[in-house]
Design a protein around this ligand. Structure first.
Ligand code: FNR
Length: 188
């Protein structure tokens, strides 16, 4: 069956290199994967005082997560962690206590930076959070992409053959992973 993948881009920047990476990944993905973006830029700062009367924008965010068969995080690393707005969104998705939208959600994590470390440290902090929230995670292959200028063009095409093949493999493995998880854990 086609799987609907919610794409969460860890950067709010219009010029985000990770948004570009996300576009490339969607182009290289197997045909059975369909994508939609899960946006979170309008969420207020999480405050547990609001748990009793969850804002509509946060309810919509959680509904989007729940409607996805899987979630793909494409994120930069900020100061050796994930960007604050992304963490804020994940927190909103996890509450009120006992109503965690990430529970059992199949997820994939990937990211890129201009630097050689390619978001490796940021991805590890994200994985720790997803693990605590009981999301399922494809743990391998990992993908730390050094996004040098021109590696992905304006149309989201990868200009380096080896990188293109690796990203294609990543998405093909992600499809297999989603299928496997959904066989064992039917989503609500
Ligand atoms: C960065 N950058 C960065 N890069 C990195 O590899 N490790 C890091 O810890 C950080 N920290 C960091 C903090 C902040 C606040 C900013 C704005 C940037 C550089 C970062 O990789 C670069 O700006 C990317 O272009 C960010 O990805 P997007 O927003 O273009 O997708």
């Amino acid at each position: 069956p086609p799987y609907r993948v919610g794409v969460v881009i860890g950067s709010l920047s219009r010029e985000s290199v990770n948004r570009r990476l996300a576009e490339a990944l969607q182009k290289l993905a197997p045909a059975e994967l369909e994508f939609f973006e899960i946006r979170y830029g309008d969420l207020p700062l999480y405050n547990r005082d609001l748990d009793a009367d969850y804002p509509q924008v946060a309810r919509d965010f959680k509904a989007a997560i729940r409607s996805a068969d899987a979630v793909l995080f494409v994120t930069p690393e900020y100061n050796r962690s994930i960007p604050g707005p992304l963490k804020n969104a994940i927190d909103w998705g996890s509450r009120p206590y006992g109503d965690n939208a990430w529970e059992d959600k199949p997820t994939g994590v990937i990211g890129g930076s201009p630097g050689k470390i390619g978001t490796a440290v940021g991805q590890q902090t994200l994985r720790g959070t997803l693990s605590y929230l009981n999301a399922r995670q494809m743990t391998s292959p990992e993908a730390y992409i050094q996004l040098t200028p021109g590696l992905i063009d304006d149309e989201g095409r990868v200009t380096d053959g080896e990188t293109e093949e690796f990203l294609r493999l990543f998405m093909s493995k992600f499809r297999e992973y989603i299928a496997r998880v959904l066989t064992v854990i039917p989503q609500d």
